[in-house]
Write a new protein. Structure first.
Length: 447
DNA sequence: AACATGATCAACCGCCGCAAT
DNA sequence: TATTGCGGCGGTTGATCATGT
């Protein structure tokens, strides 16, 4: 947003002193401080001041210039908009990749990230990331591309070898961004050793969403949008987009090609802008489902029905870094499919997180989750399906297991994902979609 | 055309750490 | 040592624009 015009100033008018000003002891009694968008004349004043006196001592700005802005506001304005070294253009693909890479390492350390990206501000990066996260939350895509995750994981493992287990920050500084939902490091460590992927889900993908904002980087541009399905929700809430720290737990990695040749998989996966429908079979449905049949009404549920890929994920070229070690991939692929995968679509994620945190205090978490998953499978209420005894989620993620082989028309029980009823009813086609996420070894259609 | 929804951006708020007193 | 002021940081909000229905 650019600086508002002078006419807008009167509209914004002068506001009461912020609590922060009060905190800092700023004397705002006689002349109150203005809030809201900066005007160009205010900018000029600030620029002139900083040019003359340099950065810092922001509270002096008002004294010396008469600018009705608090020191903080001045600093922010300068740092985010007026600094001469700022880049004004949109993030380049390289920068986007770098941001994701940095976030995998640092978490929500915007200022630190900004320090690594010349000409970029923490606010800018934060906005970019938050937008991206919103999108990812909706689509259920993994936050990090596999090589970034694995890279960070490897770094983390190296840290493991040399650090104690006394604190999350020490233990997993690179993979456990410190945020509202900080998960005890022990959980993450556990996750690293108990691995299984969670199943994918399908959803409709507006064709417009399949195109990168970058020319020539169109994602899946050759793929009929109706043939794509969504990667599933993250394995564990602690790794979900909402948590701002996640592993690439989507089933796009549950692919033989990826196991055998991660790099080539990455290059030919959904990240691949050259992907064709035939090449992308793991990500495509042989049959379209109704969600994908151009039924727009189905795209309005909470289920994240619009397959708008994160812009980063269209930057395939940058996701083709050297292959991670296969053992790491194996570890990754076997990340456990937990109840949270299913329940994430439920009500408050925070509840799930809290639950997760509680449960992860127990070493039996995966046992518990496993049984729960079974319950979920049995919750398939549609009687045309049956759970096949002796099969389960474990086998589903065998690299060679075909996934999502349910044909169109496959219904799904709301119970499976605890979806709010209204959402289900609004999107009947999603039922088909979601059952497609179930392991075929666990459920089969009774013919 | 009107409305709804989503995306983006700028700015604010509250908290924290640090240095000066 | 306690207090105060300041700067920095991360989270959040609100305005605006774009797009879809």
């Amino acid at each position: 947003m650019s600086v508002s015009s002078e006419s807008e100033v009167s509209k914004n008018d002068v506001d009461s002193p912020s609590s922060d000003n009060a905190n800092s002891g700023e004397n705002v009694g006689e002349n109150t401080l203005k809030k809201g968008p900066w005007t160009s004349s205010e900018d000029d004043i600030l620029i002139e001041y900083v040019t003359k006196h340099g950065e810092g001592n922001w509270n002096a700005v008002r004294k010396h210039t008469g600018l009705a802005r608090c020191g903080k506001s001045c600093r922010l304005r300068w740092a985010n908009h007026l600094r001469p070294d700022l880049k004004k253009e949109a993030f380049s693909p390289e920068e986007e990749y770098r941001i994701i890479e940095l976030h995998a390492k640092m978490g929500n350390k915007w200022a630190r990230m900004a320090a690594e990206l010349p000409g970029r501000t923490d606010n800018e990066i934060k906005n970019y990331w938050n937008t991206r996260i919103k999108r990812i939350k909706r689509t259920g895509l993994p936050i990090y591309p596999p090589e970034i995750y694995l890279k960070a994981l490897n770094e983390n493992q190296q840290i493991d070898e040399t650090s104690t287990f006394s604190s999350g920050e020490v233990h997993c500084p690179d993979m456990m961004p410190v945020d509202n939902f900080e998960i005890p490091a022990v959980e993450f460590k556990t996750l690293k050793m108990n691995h299984r992927m969670h199943p994918p889900s399908f959803l409709d993908i507006p064709s417009s969403s399949l195109h990168s904002s970058y020319p020539g980087k169109s994602l899946l541009s050759t793929v009929n949008p109706s043939k794509l399905f969504q990667w599933s929700e993250p394995v564990n809430p602690c790794l979900s987009p909402t948590m701002n720290d996640t592993i690439p737990c989507g089933t796009q990695y549950q692919n033989e090609n990826y196991v055998q040749n991660p790099q080539s998989f990455i290059q030919s996966s959904a990240y691949d802008n050259n992907l064709t429908s035939s090449q992308a079979s793991p990500l495509l449905l042989s049959d379209s489902n109704a969600v994908l049949n151009g039924n727009p009404s189905s795209s309005e549920s909470n289920w994240a029905t619009k397959m708008e890929l994160p812009s980063l994920q269209s930057q395939v070229d940058y996701w083709s870094s050297p292959s991670p070690p296969l053992e790491s991939i194996d570890t990754l692929i076997q990340t456990p499919f937990t109840e949270h995968t299913l329940s994430r679509h439920n009500s408050g994620l925070l509840d799930v997180v809290n639950e997760s945190q509680t449960k992860t205090n127990s070493s039996n978490i995966f046992q518990h989750q496993s049984s729960h998953v079974t319950d979920m499978v049995f919750n398939v209420t549609d009687t045309s399906y049956q759970v096949i005894p002796g099969t389960g989620w474990n086998s589903y993620w065998e690299p060679t297991s075909p996934l999502c082989s349910f044909s169109e028309g496959t219904p799904i029980s709301e119970n499976i994902f605890n979806e709010p009823e209204e959402a289900i009813e609004a999107t009947p086609d999603l039922k088909k979609t979601r059952l497609s996420c179930l392991p075929q070894t666990a459920v089969r259609k009774i013919t």
